[in-house]
Design a protein around this ligand. Structure first.
Ligand code: UD1
Ligand code: CA
Length: 461
């Protein structure tokens, strides 16, 4: 196959976004707009991408790092001028280049692929992706001759009344023969209403030089929706979100109400898992098979095992084993590792702790910076007192230990294997293996105290 590279235009400011940030680093399904575009190119086997950066280029570089090369456009003098900045990457190369826009994230690799094939198959100098829009306002219009051949593209602002009535618009995505593109760029001028160097003018130049210009009209115009403001961002978000959800459903995941479920790009979910409404599964998460997520749960960057249930809970950067129940109303904070057959019940918070297999932490408990063994039972209201006001300290609870209700474990402290801790204890010293620790004052009953002191609370008749 011939050499194909991509150039992605992403130098513009995107004023209508009303943002301090570069337009193209806004996210859909956890992934920046420009990454959606670069990944679409990558999925059709394009290995070399050049990003034209300018406005807030630090942010664009920060998210794409060294996956791509960069060309800097200091002043945004138009789309043609933007491509000129990438010339040094194109010069001397044979083959073709796909030009994409950083703010057009819905484009699919299928469409890019189809365009490249059409372009090469028809030996075109340039091929543009077009679509018929109900309302073409703002877009460049595709002007064709009576035989249907593309003649040129006229920008909305430069169009005469007749041209404004054309409904076929320019997507801003093209495939060029590299040599044809480079020669036509040399002849671009900025004699137009906006005083910009329009990339669109290269088509007419290429035709004049005797090469062919083709067009691929796509049937789903949503693919070339450009994002200029937050309203379009949310519309594009909905489309991409549905694509992601559909992919999971087709792979065997039940999503009860897709309208209320948000799954980031790249999340993996096993077969026969059920996602209840109100669930967010975010970047980096891997969910096993036959799991139940939700309702109303948020899983971020976490690994959840098979047959595990996450009910009304939040899990961040943690790992949960198989056949484990989390929630309702549990909060697993970063760095937590929960074993198999575990129960983490209501109002339990776990932070940076390991919980072994078969352990039960059923209610109202805080576990921080702790290592809890296998088959441990932590009663209601256990608090690991991990912070002494200055340092975070570590607590270790051995296998088969039983910690009664309302116990404070003042860290650093260890409860050894098979030990018991009596309810209401405040533990400051190691509890040895097989022993019972009681750390509370003995109960004193003062007989008839109420009567002697006249403290009866019954109402006098
Ligand atoms: C462009 C097309 C128009 C098409 C539309 C599709 C031109 C002249 N017009 O118009 O025919 O219908 O896209 O969405 O090409 N950019 C730079 N540097 C610049 C200018 C733009 O990098 O100097 C980048 C922007 O960041 C953006 C892309 O190029 O990603 C498109 O620029 P934009 O200003 O949005 O072009 P449109 O006016 O929408
Ligand atoms: Ca645009």
């Amino acid at each position: 196959m011939e050499h194909i590279m991509a150039v992605v235009l992403a130098a513009g400011e995107g004023k209508r976004m009303k943002s301090k940030n570069s337009k193209v680093i806004h996210k859909i399904c956890g992934k920046t707009l420009v990454e959606w575009v670069v990944d679409a190119a990558g999925s059709c086997g394009i290995k070399e991408s050049v990003i034209v950066v300018g406005h807030r280029q630090d942010q664009v570089r920060d998210c794409l790092k060294d996956r791509v090369s960069y060309a800097v456009q200091e002043k945004q003098l138009g789309t043609g001028h933007a491509v000129m900045q990438a010339e040094k990457y194109l010069e001397g190369k044979e083959g073709h280049v796909i030009i994409l826009c950083g703010d057009t994230p819905l484009i699919t690799s299928d469409t890019i692929d189809k365009t490249i094939k059409f372009h090469i198959g028809n030996k075109c100098g340039a091929t543009v992706i077009t679509a018929d829009f109900e309302d073409p306002t703002g877009y460049g219009r595709i002007v064709r001759d009576s035989n249907g051949n593309v003649l040129k593209i006229v920008e909305d602002k430069d169009a005469n009344i007749e041209e404004k009535n054309i409904r076929e618009i320019n997507s801003g995505i093209y495939c060029f023969n590299i040599k044809d593109l480079l020669t036509s760029l040399k002849e671009l001028n900025n004699n137009n209403v906006q005083g910009e160097y329009y990339l669109t003018d290269t088509l007419e130049i290429i035709l004049k030089k005797g090469s062919k210009v083709g067009a691929v009209k796509i049937s789903d115009p949503s693919e070339i929706l450009g994002i200029n403001d937050r309203v379009q961002l949310s519309k594009a978000g909905e489309i991409i979100r549905n694509r992601v959800l559909e992919m999971h459903m087709r792979a065997g995941v039940t999503i009860i109400d897709p309208k209320s479920v948000y799954i980031d790009d790249g999340v993996k979910i096993g077969m026969d898992t059920i996602i209840y409404p109100g669930s967010y599964i975010e970047t980096g998460s891997i969910i096993g098979e036959e799991a139940i997520i939700g309702p109303n749960s948020r899983v971020v960057g976490s690994i959840i095992g098979n047959i595990t249930e996450i009910n009304n809970s939040v899990i961040i950067d943690s790992k949960v084993g198989n056949n484990t129940h989390i929630g309702p109303f549990a909060y697993l904070r970063p760095g937590s590792k929960i074993g198999n057959n575990v129960k983490i019940g209501d109002f339990v918070e776990v932070k940076k702790s390991v919980i072994g297999d078969d352990t039960k932490v059923s209610h109202l408990t805080y576990i921080g910076d702790a290592e809890v063994g296998n088959n441990v039972n932590l009663g209601c209201g256990v608090v690991v007192v991990n912070y002494d006001g200055k340092n975070k300290n570590k607590t270790i609870i051995g296998d088969n230990a039983f910690v009664g209700c309302n116990v404070n474990l003042i860290s650093p402290v260890t409860v050894k294997d098979n030990a018991y801790v009596a309810a209401g204890s405040t533990i400051t010293e190691e509890v040895p293996e097989n022993s019972l620790a009681i750390a509370r004052s003995r109960q004193v009953n003062k007989e008839d105290w109420v009567v002697k002191k006249g403290m009866q609370r019954t109402k006098k008749k």
